[in-house]
Design a protein around this ligand. Structure first.
Ligand code: ZN
Length: 336
C-alpha cells in the first residue's frame, strides 16, 4: 500500500514538474520568446506592409496581439544606463532585464560582464521553480557561452535544453540562414515532443544581411530588398513555431505569452550608435495579460521584457533580485 501511494505521489509530482496543459509549475502559463538580431523597426513594418511578413501580421492582428515601435535599445542617453546598440549589451539587457550600469557588458567581448550578479532570467526562474523546464536555441554562440553560462552558479546548468549552432565566421556567416533553420527545427522538436515552460529562440540572419556579410548589396534599411527578404525568411520560421505551439495536444489549456523583438536596429552596414534607426526597435507580443495600453502609448525599454515574463508566470522577484519587484509592478499600474 505504501509503495502504491509512493508511486502515485511520484507520478503526480513528476507530472506537475513539466507536463503539458496545466500540468506545469505555472498553472499552464508558458513563454515563447523569439529574438531576431539586428532587425530595424521601420524595416519590419515595411515587410509587414508589403506582405512579406504574413506570420507577424497575423499574430499582431490576432486576439491579444500587438506591435509597438515605442520599444527602445541603448539605455537612456546621458545616463549611466547608456549602452552601445550592439548585440552583446543588447541581448544581455533583453535576457537579464538590466542595462550596462548593472550587467557591465560594453561590447561583444563581454569583458567586465557581471551576469553572475545580474543573471539570465531563466536562472532566476529555476531558483524559485527548480522543476521548471527552460530551453534556449541560438546560432550566435555568445548568447549561451557568455550570457547563459556566465550566469551559472558553480557551473550548475539551469537550462534544460541548450542548443547552439555556430555560423562560419571565416565564410562571412554565409551559412547563417541554414543555421537559423537548424535552430527552428530544434525548437520545433521541443514544442512537439517536450513541454517547455519558457523557451528562447534566436535567429541571426537579419543582422548578417544588414551588415552585408551574406550579400554585399544588402544593408540595414527598409529600402534593401535583400534585408526585407531576410526578415521574410525569419517570419516564416516564426510562423512554424507558432503553428507547433498551437498544435500542442493540450494547447487549449495552456496560456502562452509570445514575445518577439530585436536587440538593436542599424544604418548603412553597421550599428552601435545613438541614431533613431539604431535605438528605436519593436516588440510584437501576444498574450492574455500584456500591458497593452502602456506598451502602445509609452516608450518602453528593452529591459521591460524580463519583468513581463515574471509577471506572466506569476513569479514575484525576491528582494535582492534585479529587476526588483517594484519594476514588475510598474509594468501595468492598473493590474499589479
Ligand atoms: Zn545584434
Amino acid at each position: 500500500m505504501k509503495l502504491i501511494l509512493l508511486f502515485i505521489l511520484t507520478l503526480s509530482l513528476s507530472a506537475r514538474a513539466h507536463g503539458p496543459g496545466k500540468n506545469n509549475d505555472f498553472a499552464g502559463r508558458r513563454v515563447l520568446f523569439i529574438g531576431v538580431d539586428g532587425c530595424r523597426a521601420d524595416a519590419v513594418a515595411a515587410a509587414i506592409e508589403r506582405g512579406m511578413a504574413p506570420q507577424l501580421k497575423a499574430l499582431i492582428e490576432s486576439d491579444g496581439g500587438l506591435m509597438t515601435r515605442k520599444f527602445y535599445a541603448g539605455g537612456e542617453l546621458n545616463a549611466p544606463t547608456h549602452q552601445p546598440t550592439v548585440s552583446g549589451p543588447g541581448w544581455t539587457s533583453l535576457l537579464t532585464g538590466v542595462w550596462i550600469n548593472k550587467h557591465g557588458v560594453k561590447d561583444n567581448s563581454f569583458l567586465g560582464a557581471r551576469v553572475q550578479a545580474y543573471p539570465h532570467f531563466m536562472r532566476r526562474i529555476k531558483e524559485v521553480n527548480p522543476t521548471a523546464w527552460c530551453a534556449s536555441f541560438a546560432d550566435w554562440p555568445p548568447i549561451h557561452v557568455k550570457i547563459a553560462d556566465g550566469s551559472r552558479v558553480n557551473e550548475i546548468e539551469f537550462l534544460d535544453e541548450k542548443i547552439t549552432a555556430t555560423p562560419d565566421a571565416k565564410r562571412h556567416y554565409i551559412d547563417n540562414p541554414e543555421k537559423d533553420i537548424e535552430m527552428r527545427d530544434e525548437a520545433l522538436t521541443s514544442l512537439r515532443t517536450r513541454n517547455p515552460d519558457v523557451m528562447f529562440v534566436y535567429f541571426g540572419q537579419v543582422d548578417e544581411f544588414g551588415h552585408g556579410a551574406i550579400d554585399s548589396r544588402a544593408s540595414f534599411s527598409p529600402d534593401s530588398m535583400l534585408y526585407l527578404n531576410a526578415i521574410s525568411h525569419v517570419d516564416s520560421h516564426i510562423g512554424e513555431l507558432l503553428r507547433a505551439m498551437r498544435a500542442r495536444p493540450k494547447f487549449a489549456e495552456e496560456d502562452w505569452l509570445v514575445l518577439i523583438t530585436t536587440d538593436h536596429g542599424g544604418r548603412g552596414n553597421s550599428h552601435g550608435g545613438d541614431s533613431d534607426e539604431e535605438r528605436n526597435i519593436w516588440l510584437v507580443a501576444s498574450g492574455r495579460d500584456i500591458p497593452r495600453e502602456k506598451l502602445l502609448s509609452e516608450p518602453t525599454p528593452q529591459t521591460a521584457l524580463v519583468p513581463m515574463i515574471y509577471r506572466h508566470l506569476g513569479i514575484t522577484p525576491k528582494a535582492g533580485w534585479d529587476p526588483q519587484p517594484a519594476e514588475v509592478k510598474s509594468a501595468d499600474p492598473k493590474n499589479p
